[in-house]
Design a protein around this ligand. Structure first.
Ligand code: AQP
Length: 333
């Protein structure tokens, strides 16, 4: 059976962008793959975080993983910082990656530009090598992610090829992973600035729908989503990014194609469209929210995370040892 790895940062409450781009795929894929789903808390601290809030968000994200339908019998669910091999492997990756490669990463350029480059943490630059480590430790075949992670996956593939060429004599040490981006919904845009990606850490809460937003808030946020003055519901991401983004979201939550939605809403106004879009999103989110609240109150969650970390450690440590042997660290074992 092939292996899947993916993770989400607990840098806020996941948005419907994280859900459509990544999490929704996780549930379907766990049926056919050996699956590892991680709460990547070490990635979250590349940006400043409040420690108590971070702790809360880690548990909340773990509960969301289960609430969307991940089954601990089928998937290994764990917290990155509880498997120390991630940070150790990341160091070996960093020492085999050039500064130029990291400085070219668009996510680093975007985030460092927004936060004045000299003041950002070095971790923001070395975030991609940590992500490479996350993936390679499980000998991952497939990584389901949103469109913004494509460049990091290319870096991962380059690293694996370079590492295998340099250090293996015969059998490759590391598996070369493939990326899996959804055909539709790989980049959900902000509700307020539809040319910008929807992000859970956006300062403007009206720009995203969080997976834990109450139904009345979801309805309100869609109502105030930026569209255009034409009033015609059609899919044209270049000229009408706002309504096009809402069509992608509607399609992801209703299971109907964009074309059929456009036909259904011909001659109808944005107000009615937005209201029915909110109803479709609420119908999916409400049961997830109820299950999430129950899980947070139960002891089940800690047990699943303890078992997940233990299972992940076994596999990760094996690969880490192979990497250490390959580069000549410590004594051969
Ligand atoms: N807007 C999006 N549309 C589709 N997919 C998205 N993803 C993120 N935003 C969108 C996908 O969600 C997964 C988890 O992302 P992450 O938490 O690791 O970090 P991110 O990509 O930086 O997501 P955010 O929401 O923008 O977080 P912050 O604000 O903390 O930077 C990934 O698979 C990602 O592609």
């Amino acid at each position: 059976m092939q292996t899947i790895f993916s993770g989400i940062q607990p840098s806020g409450i996941p948005t419907i962008g994280n859900y459509i781009g990544a999490m929704k795929q996780f549930v379907a894929l766990q049926e056919d793959y050996n699956s590892y789903y991680c709460i990547v808390d070490e990635h979250a601290i590349t940006m400043p975080q409040d420690r108590l809030k971070l702790r809360e968000q880690i548990k909340s994200l773990a509960a969301l993983y289960l609430a969307i339908g991940l089954d601990p019998e089928k998937s290994i669910i764990f917290i990155q910082s509880e498997v120390s091999a991630h940070a150790e492997a990341a160091w070996i990756v960093q020492c085999n990656t050039s500064l130029g490669e990291l400085e070219r990463m668009t996510q680093f350029k975007d985030k460092s530009l927004k936060n004045k480059r000299a003041g950002v943490s070095a971790g923001l630059l070395t975030y991609p090598p940590l992500m490479v480590a996350d993936i390679i430790l499980y000998q991952t075949d497939l990584v389901p992610v949103g469109d913004d992670q494509k460049q990091h996956l290319e870096l991962t593939r380059d690293f694996v090829e370079r590492f295998n060429n340099k250090y293996s004599s015969g059998q490759p040490i590391l598996t070369l992973p493939e990326v899996k981006i959804p055909e539709e919904g790989g980049r959900i845009m902000s509700l307020q600035e539809p040319t910008k990606k929807m992000s859970k850490s956006d300062k403007n809460a009206k720009s995203f729908i969080s997976m834990l937003d109450e139904p009345s808030i979801i309805r309100k946020k869609f109502k105030s989503a930026v569209t255009d003055s034409s009033g015609i519901i059609e899919y044209d991401p270049i000229n009408k990014p706002g309504i096009s983004n809402l069509l992608v979201i509607f399609s992801a939550f209703s299971g109907q194609s964009i074309d059929s939605l456009v036909t259904m809403y011909t001659g109808k106004g944005y107000g009615e469209f937005k209201d029915e879009l909110a109803t479709a999103v609420i119908a999916v989110m409400e049961p997830i929210q109820q299950r999430h609240a129950e899980l947070l109150k139960s002891d089940e969650l800690d047990l699943i995370l303890d078992q997940g970390a233990e299972s992940a450690r076994k596999v990760a440590n094996k690969t880490l040892q192979k990497m250490k042997n390959a580069v000549g660290l410590g004594r051969k074992s």
